[in-house]
Design a protein around this ligand. Structure first.
Ligand code: HBI
Length: 363
């Protein structure tokens, strides 16, 4: 049987910062669900290992107890590796060690040191999807080591993100993808803007609120409040801006709001590895206005499906908002259909998984 038709037995190991469905895992939760759903649709066997209390969208889940990992973006670049007692990360990987012989490939979705360090100790091949840009020296070092020892097993969402790790090897670039059937196109938006994302300093929400105040266009804010002090400061600094916080919504609730917006604002103060919000917005036919920084630069077609503006420039956001009538909303939806559908995503990941398991299958 040629490798391109062999069905794989896949073990997905989730992020350890929150149970699946909590929103704390941010974009990587969505990536895991979407890739899992598409692999199953293609006939592969699949099991997801995730922290206890995870919701699986009727996907096959093994729930592992233990204490969550601290989110990496809250740590300093020189922070030592931290592991809580009874670590859910350690427990998930001990489970993987025990069952590894039942699988052709283990796929790691955690942005943590341990899974990379354990790679040489496993018989089963491991593919690592790196979900953020470079954040810590310890993780950079172990990623560099594994990229060199196991070429082709470290995947990134975008070239920009991969470059933050300054690796010698060219690594697989997977982009991302979503289930387009969940997003409904809208031709006549209301006079409002959307901002969607984890509410934390690296996401730069204050700039979108400032742009909303200057333009006096209502801003619909959606997402998990991850940093409460940061959120309180925005509320105090912009008491009169026309913003409304709608909470952490399900995909369906979120797209019902976004689709009726003139545009989505993305204001990353860090190198966004990808920008799921951008493709979710495009899927609704909604143009994206984003700083020219990180993953969204490889997603948004400037002046065609949105605008890329000078990083951290609120004026840049405001000037782009004034140009929104130049964008054809059908062009936005069309780009999502050609580049970011589940089948496009599945093609990229399936090709990667076969490339990592090839030597094992042929042995
Ligand atoms: N932090 N330690 C740690 N581990 C993760 O897997 C992790 C994280 N912070 C954020 C995060 N994952 C995801 O929200 C992003 O990768 C999308």
């Amino acid at each position: 049987m040629s490798t391109s038709t062999k069905l794989l037995k896949l073990l997905f190991i989730s992020t350890p910062v929150g149970h699946l469905g909590s929103g704390l895992g941010g974009g990587v939760e969505l990536s895991l669900y979407n890739v899992a759903q598409e692999m199953i649709r293609r006939g592969h066997q699949l099991q997801i290992v995730a922290p206890a209390d995870s919701t699986g969208n009727n996907l096959p889940l093994v729930q592992i107890p233990g204490n969550l990992q601290i989110i990496a973006q809250s740590q300093s670049r020189t922070a030592p590796i931290n592991m809580p007692e009874n670590s859910v990360l350690a427990n998930m990987w001990d489970y993987a060690r025990q069952v590894q012989n039942n699988y052709d490939l283990i796929v790691n979705f955690a942005y943590d040191w341990l899974p990379f360090y354990l790679t040489p100790f496993f018989d089963c091949p491991i593919a690592h999807l790196v979900s953020m840009g470079s954040l810590s020296n310890a993780l950079d070092a172990i990623i560099k080591q594994i990229a060199s020892q196991f070429p082709g097993t470290i995947g990134f969402h975008t070239q920009t993100q991969a470059e933050t790790f300054a690796l010698k090897q060219q690594c697989p670039i997977l982009s991302n993808g979503i289930d387009l059937s969940l997003y409904n196109f809208c031709t006549q938006p209301k006079h409002q803007l959307a901002w969607v994302g984890r509410i934390a300093p690296e996401k730069g929400l204050e700039d979108a609120v400032a742009a909303s105040q200057i333009t006096n266009i209502p801003l619909k804010i959606m997402g998990k409040i991850q940093d409460d002090l940061y959120w309180q400061k925005i509320c105090q600094d912009y008491p009169n801006a026309p913003w409304e916080y709608l909470g952490f919504l399900s995909t369906n609730q979120m797209q019902q709001v976004v689709r009726e917006c003139k545009a989505s604002l993305m204001t990353p103060h860090w190198i966004e590895a990808f920008g799921n919000v951008a493709i979710e917005s495009l899927a609704c036919g909604v143009p994206v206005i984003c700083y020219r920084r990180g993953g969204p630069v490889e997603i948004i077609q400037d002046s065609k499906t949105g605008f890329l503006v000078e990083p951290d420039s609120v004026t840049g956001l405001v000037n782009a908002i004034a140009r929104l009538d130049e964008i054809n909303r059908y062009t936005c939806r069309h780009q999502a259909e050609t580049e970011f559908s589940l089948s496009a995503l599945g093609d990229r990941f399936e090709k990667w998984f076969y490339s990592v398991t090839l030597d094992k299958i042929l042995l």
